[in-house]
Design a protein around this ligand. Structure first.
Ligand code: PMP
Ligand code: GLN
Length: 382
């Protein structure tokens, strides 16, 4: 058949998880926890089901959940959002990003992505009929380079996808980055799609700088987050989008004919669970401890550690290993590592549009300590 996405195969996350399973490897590839969520959250969802909350919710989401999201945003980012007009509950961040792009981008528009970037952005833009403009993050630090972004702007630029904390590099945007971007975008009608699914995983005492905390940026942004990351429930696929009412009205036109609504009892359960801020307030320290233990273990191997300021991903360079496979390209190296060493990882090449010369892979450390320990034991032999 004719293809809308002729160059696209199966997403690397599915490929590597399937291979890890087939090889009985420790799966540090696809990003998801190997431990369960808080049982109080399960109980809250069960209570909603038993209480009869099993039919369609309002199109934009259960009001109590949208109110809880608005309250959190006011507390954390100092922005007042109208839950009736500015917040929509989505089937995970994936749907929120896709819906935002489809709703706000026209064929012939240009949309900037900052490379390396999460793998759904580019196909989303292509399916909207827009042109993808790839702007490199700083090649050394993988931090945003506002001058490069400014240089890529044209009268056709309609969108910019930002991701902070950043998958895969773990870098985070600072207040100055947002200020610089606000200046670069002043006077344009560029919409920022800010993917903040790792907003509660920022380390070493740094804050998360949300697009919502910067008024000039928030006024032109769709900000996306995911309960899957924050509450260890990636399989529930519930997230949300926040945008000024005029943008959100367009977003909802697409949302209503894409998924219409998102599962009801999860929304009631999440709304009740959000009354306690502790789970998201303590998430950074929970994952920072894992990051520190995992990094300490990797520091005893021949892998070279890259920085990790946020997310639950740790990138490493494998060029210094003592095995001949150290010269393999990233995807082939990951396949070898999974099949022969028994540890699955994600090649950073999956986040680029064209081959890179680098030798870098991403490990997910959202795992039980014994899982990380088992992986480290295998990696230490290389
Ligand atoms: N954006 C980024 C940067 C991600 O890493 C992920 C992966 N989980 C998503 C979006 C998708 O989130 P969700 O599972 O809520 O659709
Ligand atoms: N976001 C997760 C990752 O980067 C995976 C999500 C997915 O499998 N699509 O690993």
């Amino acid at each position: 058949p004719r293809s809308r996405l002729p160059t696209v195969g199966t997403t690397i996350f599915s490929v590597m998880s399937a291979l890890a399973q087939a090889c009985d490897a420790v799966n540090l590839g696809q990003g998801f926890p190997d431990f369960d969520c808080d049982q109080r959250l399960v109980q809250a969802v069960s209570a909603a089901m038993l209480g009869g909350h099993n039919q369609y919710p309002p199109m934009a989401g259960v009001p109590a959940l949208r109110a809880a999201i608005a309250a959190k945003i006011a507390t954390l980012y100092g922005r007042t959002c109208d839950p009736d007009r500015e917040i929509t509950v989505t089937a995970g961040a994936t749907q929120a990003i896709f819906t935002a792009i489809l709703a706000l981008v026209q064929p012939g528009d240009e949309v900037i992505v900052l490379e390396p970037c999460y793998d759904s952005y580019v196909p989303n833009i292509e399916l909207a009929g827009a042109r993808v403009v790839r702007v490199a993050l700083d090649p050394q630090t993988l931090r945003p380079d506002i001058d490069r972004i400014a240089a890529a702007l044209t009268p056709r630029t309609r969108g910019l996808v930002v991701n902070t904390p950043h998958n895969p590099s773990g870098t985070v945007w600072r207040a100055d980055d947002w200020h610089g971007l606000a200046d670069a975008l002043a006077g344009s009608d560029v919409v920022v799609i800010s993917d903040e699914v790792y907003e509660h995983m920022v380390y070493d005492g740094q804050p998360h700088h949300s697009a919502l905390a910067h008024p000039a940026i928030a006024a032109r942004s769709v900000v996306v987050s995911s309960f899957g990351k924050t509450y260890h429930v990636t399989g529930w696929k519930v997230g949300y989008a926040v945008a000024p009412a005029a943008l959100m009205a367009e977003f909802r036109k697409v949302h209503q004919f894409n998924v219409f609504t998102v599962n009801t009892p999860m929304q009631y359960g999440l709304a009740a669970y959000m009354a306690d801020p502790a789970p998201y307030q303590t998430l950074s320290s929970f994952y920072q401890a894992k990051r520190d233990r995992f990094r300490a273990g990797l520091a005893r191997t021949r892998f070279r550690l890259l920085p990790c300021e946020g997310t639950y991903f740790q990138c490493v360079d494998y060029g210094g290993l003592a095995v001949p496979e150290r010269t393999l390209p990233e995807a082939a190296f990951c396949e070898w590592l999974t099949r022969e060493i028994g540890v699955a990882a994600i090649p950073l090449s999956a986040f680029y549009g064209s081959p890179t010369e680098q030798q870098r892979i991403r490990f997910c450390f959202a795992k039980r300590d014994e899982t990380l320990q088992a992986a480290l034991q295998r990696l230490g032999a290389l």
